[in-house]
Design a protein around this ligand. Structure first.
Ligand code: ADP
Length: 400
């Protein structure tokens, strides 16, 4: 038979029990505090938060869910989760996917408010487990993306408008180019007539014309020739966008060789030293057009090398620029003041220093710029008056 506990022993036991009860109370208070805290967080979320049982029934919601659906929490709990979407057939596989994959990310759905208002949302959900570690349900959060959608729609509209505008500009450009082309052609006919009659005048009346008269005829003849050059350049300019030459790969060095061959008489007569870098790369583009660009740049280098240049020199090569190949044509000629760097690429722009030195129409660089930009490249220059100029340009690599 067990001994009766002594009074002290009983007192001791009671103390232990009292201590245990106190600790349980403390733990319960801490748990209640934690629950209040978590609930506070859940309710503070502007996203709709829902827990769903494995049968697809709503087991808990926050205030944001009540607002987005228009139903109070107690009406939502116990109902089918997929009933609150415009497309329940799409919502169901959405939460089933969570069970098979543990989570879903940014699943697009539309929630219908009881008053009919539809809100676009992105769902993010993951499964949650009970104490035993079994899947107890799904925790789902829906983010309202109405504003995002509005921005997207506005962006799309802007993009469409931009495309329309670009198409309009392209059509206007094509119209303008063909206008310039036909006007230039029409202008050529009277110039040919003027040229012809000047020749006839000289032939038939050369003997009886005074020196002053002959001078006048020479001025008319020079002006007619200049006009012809201008018209030819304008025709060239208007053709750039319309040529349908196919792009292909070819050695850049060939363009340089061809251009130098054509310029040899002028360059030789001035004693210009031409230095072409070895191993120029293969480029991709329209060979004739790019050839014309190189021709114009080299012709300018020769033209503007300067009359009294003791060591005239031209360098042609390629160098790295911002991770791209930049081709360059350098001369140690008369140079260009920085304030004209943009203007020289415009049609008919010629600098006073150039006019004294050589004939020109002021269209050559405009043609070069257009060709390079049509090839997706950029053109720019560095220059210092009296020291020389370097024209650089890039080309787009072959698209795969
Ligand atoms: P053009 O040579 O027929 O005048 P461009 O359009 O080729 O026309 O050139 C425009 C102007 O830019 C030239 O008139 C000249 O003033 C200047 N220019 C072009 N290339 C050079 C160069 N290499 N050195 C100095 N000036 C140049």
């Amino acid at each position: 038979m067990a001994n009766k506990p002594t009074y002290e022993e009983l007192e001791q036991k009671i103390k232990v029990l009292e201590q245990e009860a106190l600790e349980r109370k403390k733990a319960e208070a801490a748990l209640r505090e934690l629950q209040r805290y978590t609930r506070g967080l859940v309710e503070a979320s502007p996203d709709s938060l829902v827990t769903i049982s494995s049968e697809g029934k709503i087991t808990d919601v926050n205030r944001a869910t009540e607002l987005i659906t228009g139903y109070p929490g107690d009406k939502l709990i116990g109902t089918d989760f997929s009933d609150y979407f415009t497309d329940p057939q799409k919502a169901r596989p959405g939460y089933l996917k969570v069970f098979s994959e543990d989570h879903v990310r940014d699943y697009p759905l539309e929630i219908r408010h009881r008053n009919g208002k539809v809100t676009s949302v992105l769902y993010n959900a993951s499964v949650y487990h009970d104490l035993k570690g079994d899947v107890a349900g799904v925790f789902a959060a829906a983010r309202d993306i109405t504003d995002l959608k509005k921005i997207e729609d506005a962006l799309r509209e802007n993009e469409n408008r931009l495309e329309e505008l670009l198409a309009e500009i392209a059509a206007k450009n094509a119209e303008l180019e063909s206008f310039v082309y036909s006007v230039s052609h029409d202008l050529k006919a009277p110039i040919v007539t003027i040229d012809g009659f000047i020749g006839a005048l000289e032939e038939d009346f050369g003997d009886i014309l005074s020196e002053e008269g002959k001078k006048h005829i020479m001025y008319i003849s020079n002006a007619a020739q200049k006009m012809e050059l201008l018209i030819n350049d304008l025709i060239e300019l208007s053709r750039i966008g319309r040529l349908t030459e196919i792009k292909r790969e070819f050695p850049f060095a060939r363009l340089v060789q061809d251009a130098l061959k054509a310029l040899q008489p002028q360059a030789g007569a001035r004693g210009i030293a031409v230095n072409v870098q070895d191993n120029l790369p293969i480029v991709y583009g329209r060979r004739k057009r790019l050839g014309q660009a190189v021709d114009n740049l080299l012709a300018n280098a020769v033209k503007y090398i300067g009359k009294d240049n003791p060591n005239p020199r031209i360098d042609i090569g390629v160098q790295e620029h911002n991770g791209q190949k930049a081709f360059f044509v350098h001369d140690n000629g008369i140079g260009i003041p920085e304030k004209y760097f943009d203007r020289i690429f415009q049609t008919f722009e010629r600098l006073p220093s150039a006019k004294q030195l050589a004939e020109g129409t002021g269209i050559g660089l405009r043609i070069v710029k257009q060709i390079i930009e049509n090839h997706g490249g950029k053109i720019w220059l560095t220059s210092e008056p009296g020291k020389g100029s370097t024209f650089y340009f890039t080309l787009k690599d072959k698209e795969d």
